[in-house]
Every structure is written in C-alpha cells, then in structure tokens.
Design a protein around this ligand. Structure first.
Ligand SMILES: [Zn+2]
Length: 113
C-alpha cells in the first residue's frame, strides 16, 4: 500500500512538472504572438504582414497543440488523484469518509495533495 502511494506521489509530481513546463511554453507562445501582432500593426509594408500571417498561423497551431497536451495532463492528474475505495476500488469523492458503494471507511486512503 505504501509503495503504491509513493509511486502515485512520484507520478503526480512528474505530471505537475510537465504541466508547469507546458504552462511556461504556452505563455511564451502567447507573448511571441502578441509581439508579432504588435509588429504587424506597426508595420506598413506587406512583407511584414505576410510574414506575420505565417508566423501567427504556426504559433496558433502550437498553442492549440500545447493546450490539448495540457488538458490531457490535467485529466491524467485527476485520474491519479482520484480517491478509490480500498475495499471495492470504486471511485469515491475525495472528501468522502465512507464509500458510497460498499460503506467501507475511506479515511485512511485520502488522496495525496
Ligand atoms: Zn467501497
């Protein structure tokens, strides 16, 4: 039991790190996009505007991709931190004291925060 929970904590930590990295990359991408947009608004010549369109298209794709990855990571974190009944291993609400399915006490198996 202890080993399992230590493993979970480690996995949880790994996901947290990945989420943090992705969030940083995302905010970088947004910043670059904002700056490129600013340059485009300032520029009069068509070449800059065209290059912005290409750049922003790639950036937006990148942002979409990273947002999806982030959503997936958050989902696996939810699954990982989901509290389960030790008796019947059904998912139970994280704050419940007793399993709603079999009535076993869930106090000991509180998910690690
Ligand atoms: Zn149960």
């Amino acid at each position: 039991m202890f080993k399992d929970s230590a493993l979970k904590t480690k996995e949880n930590w790994k996901i947290d790190t990945q989420i943090k990295e992705l969030q940083n990359e995302l905010s970088d991408a947004y910043r670059i996009l904002g700056f490129a947009y600013y340059e485009k608004m300032k520029a009069n010549d068509k070449a800059v505007r065209d290059s912005f369109n290409v750049k922003s298209k790639n950036l937006i794709e990148e942002i979409d991709q990273k947002s999806n990855q982030l959503a997936t990571l958050r989902e696996s974190k939810t699954v990982l931190t989901q509290k389960r009944c030790e008796q019947c291993s059904k998912e139970v609400p994280n704050d419940s004291l007793f399993c709603p399915y079999c009535g076993a006490s869930c106090k000991e198996s509180a998910a690690d925060e």
